[in-house]
Design a protein around this ligand. Structure first.
Ligand code: KIV
Length: 260
């Protein structure tokens, strides 16, 4: 089987739910590959891996390093990478940086946060044949606080407008983050391209989560995260067992040593 294409993703709208998770490393990339339709090298790695307080200070070089390794070990899934904050402040900067990111990582497309404000940038990238994934609703790169979006009529109208503009500008899909269910449903029915929800209800065309959150490796547990595992607990137990074995000289065992 060949790699999933942008067209495969578009054709799934209304037909088959799209699966997406984040990856920042070789091992997670290998595990997600051919299981998820899309692997996202999200700038959430700033918080998840580097302990930053938000995603704003992540450097383009850091994204490129993680993008390279994820793409190298993902042979079938479509790999999309986030453009970091301030790397797309105007269309020329955006194109220069997107071209560099795509060339150095070999990822299949980029993700940008925002709607109307960045629409000319999105149109420019699409015109230059760079596949773009949109991102509306809660925008971690510019939001001051983590809160559900779309409760007021003003916010609702704005998020709908942003989504329609992005869809018309040529994005191949849109991440909708942390909005009320009825709004996600409305946008999904309104626009031509698939919506991928994170905290945006089952009415989206697909779902994305941060892998560390769904595996229980991070201790970030907003309402929209379902924990499929408790890796923190599993790892703690394994580390305790290892330390006890070493202290009691039970490890290394005979099968772990070399004799000559
Ligand atoms: O950075 C990221 O991981 C994301 C997802 C949460 C959609 O943008």
């Amino acid at each position: 089987m060949k790699r999933i294409t942008i067209n495969n993703i578009i054709k799934k709208k209304g037909v088959k739910p799209i699966t997406c998770l984040t990856a920042y490393s070789k091992s997670i990339s290998e595990i997600l590959d051919n299981r998820c339709d899309i692997i996202l090298v999200g700038d959430s790695l700033g918080m998840v891996l580097y302990g930053m307080k938000n995603t704003k200070s992540i450097e383009i070089e850091t994204m490129i390093n993680h993008g390279k390794v994820v793409k190298k070990f993902a042979k079938k899934s479509l790999v999309i990478i986030d453009m970091p904050f301030k790397s797309y402040s105007n269309k020329f900067t955006a194109y220069k940086n997107a071209k560099r990111i795509m060339k150095e990582t070999k990822c299949d497309g980029v993700k940008l946060e925002g709607g109307k404000k960045i629409i000319n940038i999105v149109k420019f990238l699409v015109k230059k044949k760079i596949p773009v994934m949109g991102h509306v609703g809660l925008l971690p790169q510019s939001s001051k606080k983590f809160s559900v979006k779309g409760k007021s009529d003003f916010e609702k109208k704005k998020i709908i407008e942003d989504s329609v503009l992005l869809s018309k500008a040529g994005v191949f899909c849109i991440v909708i983050e942390c909005v009320i269910e009825s709004l996600a449903k409305k946008i999904t029915n309104l626009i031509a391209v698939p919506t991928i929800g994170i905290g945006a209800s089952k009415y989206c065309d697909g779902q994305v989560l941060v892998t560390d959150d769904m595996l229980g490796l991070s201790n970030f547990t907003p309402r929209f995260v379902k924990r499929y595992s408790n890796l923190r607990k599993i790892i703690k137990k394994s580390v305790n067992n290892y330390c006890n074995d070493v202290k009691k000289r039970r490890f290394p065992f005979f099968k772990n040593i070399y004799k000559y």
